[in-house]
Design a protein around this ligand. Structure first.
Ligand SMILES: NC(=O)C1=CN([C@@H]2O[C@H](COP(=O)(O)OP(=O)(O)OC[C@H]3O[C@@H](n4cnc5c(N)ncnc54)[C@H](OP(=O)(O)O)[C@@H]3O)[C@@H](O)[C@H]2O)C=CC1
Ligand SMILES: O=C(O)CCC(=O)C(=O)O
Ligand SMILES: [Mg+2]
Length: 474
């Protein structure tokens, strides 16, 4: 079955039923060490994982690690250009849950992202990246503890699908001509726009299927959160890209108000309901005036639309959601992408789950991680219905590779997510305690050390931080 690797002789497979993992006490978990700082981070993280499982379960549970290869390490074992060998794919498919270090993607040419390929091959459609503050972590932000969000990023489509053509190639030229000569003129809303002949062309597909299965997961997650965090914000640039980003928003609302009708309220619905609650005899038009402050300046047609919206909402959900009942529902709202970048800084505590398309979520997860301490504190998970791969938000950080100095925190916290996914909460809790303990005692790697007041000198090495986390389990 395998060409160059051998699974551990002890341990069992994790299987999936209805999207949920069924986990034996001794699961086999494939891991990819990763390129660049993967050489430093992985051994440190694995040491923490094993120590946490041992401390939590005293030998009753154990992970059998299965080393699989991708990136530069794979080329060394399997030969030139063998960046993602079949053995690795077979192992991940067979064992269902894997964890990985970062993998390099060259810029402007060369191979396409191995990280993205893994997400696409295993249909890991939800990239989940929590950004939560650990007490004592230095931050460039004044109140980082107010940010406690989980980014739910669509992981399989958008510009990230990687369908694009280089400038000057035959297909790029052909596409530009078809667009300029046929398709754009046939679409009156595009006026007389034209694409420059020396353009590269990329395709940005956003599907209803992809959008709704992501938002479905986000809403289900919101339902598990404390009441004050039961909120999903649809992030989009729908004012500019109406049929991709705007459609993502619309499909999100559509799902929330159909499949989750009993559990959700939209922000605009909540305004309409609360207006009527405050003043039961409020007219439809006055209600419309209150939800759209510019109402009186609208055209008659637009005014009629807002009034219709108010009427439809009251008819549809006053009974079920009115009289304050909406306050116990998951609040679904939306924010334009550029605005959410400032909102998480200026009003961090107003957000909980941010549901995004692929590229927006990529940008936003690095930005949000920066608020809570930087990329050394940004874990992640790629989840599908039959497979899950855990990995940090950051990349290979090549300038720090092999120096035993990088912060392994993000991969360690990705392991916390993995343990929570497996239902091994005790191991997850020990690691969180260990990380919190180490940081609050100023036992930190260079990235956090330089931000602390006064700076920590000398900072811990990557391997020393792992040991400090383990030492703080008790
Ligand atoms: N999932 C994946 O495997 C990903 C892979 N990549 C790939 O990684 C490569 C390098 O990308 P690059 O743009 O440099 O981004 P990186 O995320 O690798 O690193 C950028 C900077 O972020 C900081 N940083 C990153 N990781 C850590 C950490 N663990 N602890 C502390 N600080 C950290 C460092 O800042 P400083 O030096 O200031 O301390 C580092 O120089 C590219 O090939 C890219 O495609 C990128 C993202 C995800
Ligand atoms: O795959 C890559 O090289 C980059 C991916 C990335 O930045 C991400 O998924 O956050
Ligand atoms: Mg990224």
């Amino acid at each position: 079955m395998y060409d160059k690797i051998t699974p551990p002789t002890t341990g069992e497979r994790i299987t999936f039923k209805n999207g949920e993992p069924i986990v034996p006490d001794n699961p086999i978990v494939p891991f990819i060490r990763g390129d660049g700082t993967g050489v430093d981070i992985w051994p440190a993280a694995q040491q923490v994982f094993d120590a946490a499982v041992e401390a939590a379960y005293g030998g009753k549970r154990k992970i059998s690690w299965f080393k699989v290869y991708a990136g530069d390490e794979a080329c060394e074992l399997y030969g030139t250009y063998q960046y993602l060998p079949q053995d690795t794919l077979t192992a991940i498919k067979e064992y269902g849950v894997a964890i990985k270090g970062p993998l390099t993607t060259p810029i402007g040419g060369g191979i396409r992202s191995l990280n993205v390929a893994l997400r696409q091959i295993f249909d890991l459609y939800a990239c989940i990246r929590p950004c939560r503050y650990y007490s004592g972590t230095p931050s460039p932000h004044k109140t980082p503890e107010k940010l406690d969000v989980i980014i739910y990023r669509e992981n399989t489509e958008d510009i990230y699908l990687g369908i694009e053509w280089r400038e000057g190639t035959e297909i790029a030229q052909k596409l530009i001509h078809i667009l300029n000569d046929d398709l754009i003129p046939a679409t009156p809303e595009h006026g007389n726009k034209q694409i420059r002949l020396d353009s590269g062309i990329g395709i940005k597909p956003i599907s209803k299927t992809g959008s709704q299965r992501l938002v479905r997961r986000a809403i289900k997650q919101a339902l598990l959160l404390p009441k004050n965090k039961q909120q999903v914000t649809l992030v989009h640039k729908g004012n500019i890209m109406k049929y991709t980003e705007g459609a993502f928003r619309d499909w999100g609302y559509e799902l929330a108000t159909s499949e989750f009708r009993a559990e959700c309220v939209t922000e605009r619905e909540s305004w309409i309901l609360s207006n009527k609650e405050r003043k039961p005899d409020l007219s439809i038009e006055d209600n419309a005036r209150q939800i759209d402050p510019g109402y009186d300046a609208l055209t008659e047609e637009k005014k009629a639309q807002v009034c219709q919206e108010v009427e439809e909402v009251l008819n549809a959900i006053w009974e079920t959601h009115g009289g304050g009942k909406w306050k116990d529902k998951v609040m679904v709202n939306d924010r334009i992408a550029d605005s959410i970048f400032q909102q998480i800084q200026t009003r961090p505590d107003e957000y909980s789950i941010l549901a995004t398309m692929n590229l927006n979520g990529d940008y936003l997860s690095d930005a949000a991680a920066a608020i809570v301490g930087g990329l050394g504190m940004g874990p992640g998970a790629n989840i599908g219905d039959e497979c899950a791969i855990f990995e940090a938000t950051h990349g290979t950080a090549p300038k720090h590779a092999g120096l035993d100095r990088i912060n392994p925190g993000s991969v360690i916290l990705s392991g916390v997510m993995m343990f929570e996914f497996l239902g091994w909460q005790e191991a997850a809790d020990l690691i969180k305690k260990g990380i919190g303990g180490a940081i609050s005692n100023r036992q930190v790697t260079y990235d956090l050390a330089r931000l602390m007041e006064p700076p920590v000198e000398p900072p811990l090495k990557c391997s020393e931080f792992a040991q400090a986390v383990i030492d703080r389990f008790n």
